[in-house]
Design a protein around this ligand. Sequence first.
Ligand SMILES: *[C@@H]1O[C@H](CO)[C@@H](O)[C@H](O)[C@H]1NC(C)=O
Ligand SMILES: *[C@@H]1O[C@H](CO)[C@@H](O)[C@H](O)[C@H]1NC(C)=O
Ligand SMILES: *[C@@H]1O[C@H](CO)[C@@H](O)[C@H](O)[C@H]1NC(C)=O
Ligand SMILES: *[C@@H]1O[C@H](CO)[C@@H](O)[C@H](O)[C@H]1NC(C)=O
Length: 358
Amino acid sequence: MKTTKTSSTDWSDPISLLVLDTVLSVSPSWLSPGTSVTLSCEVEHSSAGWRFYWYKTVPDLSGTSYSYELLPGSINGTEQDSYMIHGKTQTAGFTCRAGRGDPEYYTYYSDPKFVWSGGQSASASLTVNPDTVQHFGSKSASLRCDGNSTKWRVSRFTDDGFQRQCFFWGTMNGSTCNLNWMWYGNVVYWCESGSAFSNAVNITGQYNDGIILVSPVHPVTEGDSVTLGCKLRTQNVLSNVFFYKDNKLIQNDSRGEMSISAVSESDEGFYKCQYSGKESPQSWMAVKSSSSENSSFPVLLITGLVCGVLLIILLLLLCCYKQSKGEKFSDQFKITDVFLLLLINAVATEEFEIHKTC
Ligand SMILES: *[C@@H]1O[C@H](CO)[C@@H](O)[C@H](O)[C@H]1NC(C)=O
Ligand SMILES: *[C@@H]1O[C@H](CO)[C@@H](O)[C@H](O)[C@H]1NC(C)=O
Ligand SMILES: *[C@@H]1O[C@H](CO)[C@@H](O)[C@H](O)[C@H]1NC(C)=O
Ligand SMILES: *[C@@H]1O[C@H](CO)[C@@H](O)[C@H](O)[C@H]1NC(C)=O
């Protein structure tokens, strides 16, 4: 993809004759509450003197591509080759490019990279049928997009590093993408509309002579029940299945399923099943907090209350202290004075600490 840059006048720098490629990396790949996302941009075969431009990708539904919108603070580029994003909760795509010289010449835009969220949003969601992470490659499945849009595109990112839309590997019917066979390996799927990205899901394709774990595609809410199963291509396995979590055997009996009646945070992890010498791939079961949306509310309320009460105590103490100061030469009041001074000191220090955290 390199071409000669004919408009350049700086013939002494051979690098400037080429349009260079950039590679963007995004970390982490999956969002969890409170994590920041770091974008890093690298210009291939070149390092010094670049300014970096950061963009978010906006799906262009007239085709299979994206348009790019500059991220805040990068209109003039950044000297740093990394860019931090705070408070992201939904799936999003990014790209970068670099520029240098006067007049400035630019590298190509990097391939888009994504940060995925498993959490559903009101404006876009993806559902998988059948609802299980692992699928046999030869079986069909469908991916449905719902939400605040009439036009959708389904994207996937395969474990060989390629991103492609349903157009290339399935058939779009309305807002559903139908697949006649699955990719053998790990894939992330998500929906895109003109304005929104949906939650993303992991799907793993398995060979026909193997065995699959049946586990939910979406994160399980704390307190809900969940049942994991094990399946051969032709039938469900109904007995004597071993279940493993994070490579440790957790159920070894005559049952064919494993049930958790009330899921807790500690149940999150990688699961797999084993039956008659066959072992499934392992899949991540995500657990989401039942109060994740309003978890910051009680914290704020309690901090506010504590600050308020401390302020009142401080005022009362100051008041008493002033009154007592009038009564000089009384032993009783001297002792109270010292005691009050110590208290005020302690409260004031604590108040200061809390203000720092508030
Ligand atoms: C997908 O799998 C990765 C690990 O491979 C995990 O970190 C992520 O949370 C999973 N996403 C969902 C929605 O389960
Ligand atoms: C749905 O889309 C409309 C128009 O695009 C927008 O004004 C509205 O805020 C969206 N609603 C949600 C829940 O995203
Ligand atoms: C598309 O989906 C509709 C309703 O789900 C169905 O009736 C129709 O046959 C489908 N079209 C194709 C081409 O499969
Ligand atoms: C499961 O339990 C049986 C009987 O208790 C034992 O013989 C077998 O080795 C166990 N399997 C594994 C994989 O630990």
